[in-house]
Design a binder for this molecule. Structure first.
Ligand code: ADP
Ligand code: ADP
Length: 229
């Protein structure tokens, strides 16, 4: 049984905008699935539905075989690490951001997760270490660094499935490479569902699902997709 399964999912926003039409996909434990496609295809909406922001208007989402409508929302969310596209970090320090997810974590654990996302060098550059500010005055962390901090924060709650929305959207090529390494580290012991518009970010996914106009128009590994296009 897959960890996550979308079965013929359709969705219209409350204003009537039909966004998803018969989307089916599944994410097995430990696997990496990427959702790609043009802006407006419905990729972010898929993640929002998994996170439970809106009720489905058609189809079923299952978690480990159980219809999510039968699961307590908090129990499901505890298994998910959802990193939104916008506002990935809060005002405060690196430490405060990380402790939000794991209030009892010690410095060793915090440094370990920062190493996973490639941030230790950045934080060590400041004498303030984990107490580097990241909010409005947080010029010490760039946009890409803040995004990696948001991922680090979600890793600390040990989700079974990481849901990442356009993690590289605002990143330059160098940061994109760092982030690909971050994803590889994050995927070592959990499943990943990643939204991206650049195929380069998700080359090493186990499956790439291409959405267009709210429909799945292709799926396969990168090699398979290149072969058939
Ligand atoms: P096609 O794209 O020609 O429909 P596919 O093999 O992609 O062929 O899909 C066949 C059927 O199986 C479709 O209904 C599709 O939605 C479903 N399907 C394919 N792969 C998956 C998957 N990983 N998870 C859930 N359903 C899938
Ligand atoms: P993608 O992530 O592929 O760019 P989205 O899932 O963000 O696509 O959006 C899909 C479609 O849904 C777009 O046409 C977008 O304008 C529309 N949409 C997104 N959010 C809302 C909302 N809250 N209310 C109404 N329409 C929305």
């Amino acid at each position: 049984v897959p960890l996550l399964e979308l079965d013929d999912v359709s969705f219209a926003y409350p204003d009537g905008t039909q966004v998803l039409r018969g989307v089916s996909l599944s994410v097995s434990a430990g696997s990496r699935v990427a959702l790609v496609g043009p802006s407006g295809a419905g990729k972010s909406t898929v993640l929002a539905l998994v996170e439970g922001f809106y009720p489905l208007t058609g189809g079923t989402i299952r978690w480990a075989g159980t219809d999510v409508r039968e699961l307590p929302r908090a129990a499901l969310r505890a298994q998910l690490g959802y990193v939104e596209q916008e506002a990935p970090v809060l005002a405060g320090t690196v430490r405060e951001n990380l402790l939000l997810a794991a209030p009892d974590a010690g410095d060793d654990e915090l440094w370990a997760v920062l190493a996973d996302v490639g941030l230790t060098g950045v934080v060590q550059r400041s004498a303030r270490g984990l107490d580097v500010p990241v909010g409005d005055e947080g010029v010490l962390l760039s946009g890409g660094e803040r995004q990696r901090l948001a991922i680090a924060r979600s890793l600390l709650s040990h989700p079974a499935l990481l849901l990442l929305d356009e993690p590289t959207a605002s990143l330059d090529a160098c940061n994109e490479n760092l982030l690909r390494e971050t994803l590889a580290a994050a995927a070592a012991d959990r499943a990943l569902l990643v939204v991206a518009h650049r195929l380069s970010t998700v080359l090493d996914s186990d499956q790439i699902v291409v959405l267009d106009g709210g429909r799945v128009v292709a799926r396969g590994t990168h090699a398979e997709l290149v072969e058939t296009s």
